[in-house]
Design a protein. Sequence first.
Length: 432
Amino acid sequence: MSKSVRLNLLAGICCAMGLILCLTYFLPTSSPEPAEPPPLVEEPLVTYDPYGIPQHVYAVNEQSIERNQTFSDLLAPYGVSSATIHYLAEKARPTFDVRRIRPGKALRVYQDEAQAPHFVVYEPSPMEYVVFDLRDSLNVYRQERPVTVVEKTVQGVITSSPYETLIQQGTNPALAVQLAEVFDWQIDFYHIQYGDHFSVVYEEKQIDGEPVGLGRILAANFEHRGKMFSAYYFDHDTWRGYFDDEGRSLRLAFLKAPLKYSRISSRYTKRRFHPVQKRYKAHLGTDYAAPTGTPIRATSDGVILEAQFRRYNGNYVKIRHNQTYTTGYLHMSRIADGIRPGVAVRQGDVIGYVGSTGLATGPHLCYRFWKNGEQVDPYQQDLPSAEPIDGMQMLAFQSVKSRFDPLLAPATPVFAQASLLPTLAPARTGTQ
């Protein structure tokens, strides 16, 4: 092949390749349809029960705790080892003592498919719960449910007792105990009269709209034996407590009794036949019969002078309140923790528990009362009241009073109900 022919052939090949490249660049090309994305797989929504544990994951076994059952007794049937139980009890100690589990309460055990326990839940109260995490972490935590405080009002007429009247009203009957404490010095709740009536504004604690307990009484009216008694809770600067409609404190310097629930079994007297010594002698105290273990309260602010055991007094505590008054509390089963000479106590603080130590035939408290160094009958003393609200704070108190007065005003049905009661009906005793 001649040289010129080869050159022409090469030139033709180059032109053909160039034409192919141009067509490839400039002519539109069809692209493949985009592939559809794979369908989304929705993961199941995880929901949690009221204790924060995933639902529909575990089988839940709920059992009622029986009398004398221990924490070990409850977990051992689920295959939890003694070492794990001991570890959990120690781990829980800073927030919850497992020895405080109570019969009648529920225990919830969460088990997997192999019936191995993963969680255990115990509720000390409706407002809190304890979770024992038995997984590898072996953790214990205590949670409190959010509590809402709602202001409520209740009114009623006494036909038997405040306790039963509140039950009839669908109200927590524990409110009767609070009423008795508010009017501790004004009304003898052991002798409530048939036809007495009351109005109360109080706080109710709720969780998810369900009542779980009571807060404080905010204001109350109680008509007893035809006389109206009023109470308003006031907390401002140094004034805190319940005051009547004129700003006078309802709290006297001394409580009427050192026990909330008791009866007087023997009064102060200069001559009484002693049941142990079998002879007549002066009894310079007031005896309150009550079950062993009943808490004993300091009747006023003061400082502990003595807290010890003596042959005749048994376990006893003596409190100096001021230059004039001193009180003594005898025959305790035990003295409360932390009560020792030099410790300051407040009115209502628990200083010990009813017992029968020393010269005693049965469980009771002998309450002694000294005025200027002489033992006297506390029920015959004209005891002072706490400080009233002064003029500087009276405006704030009147504002509180004006807010609650419309709520305390008895509704017509209350007046009607009271007026229809038989006027000659016998008085009935309402006990708390």
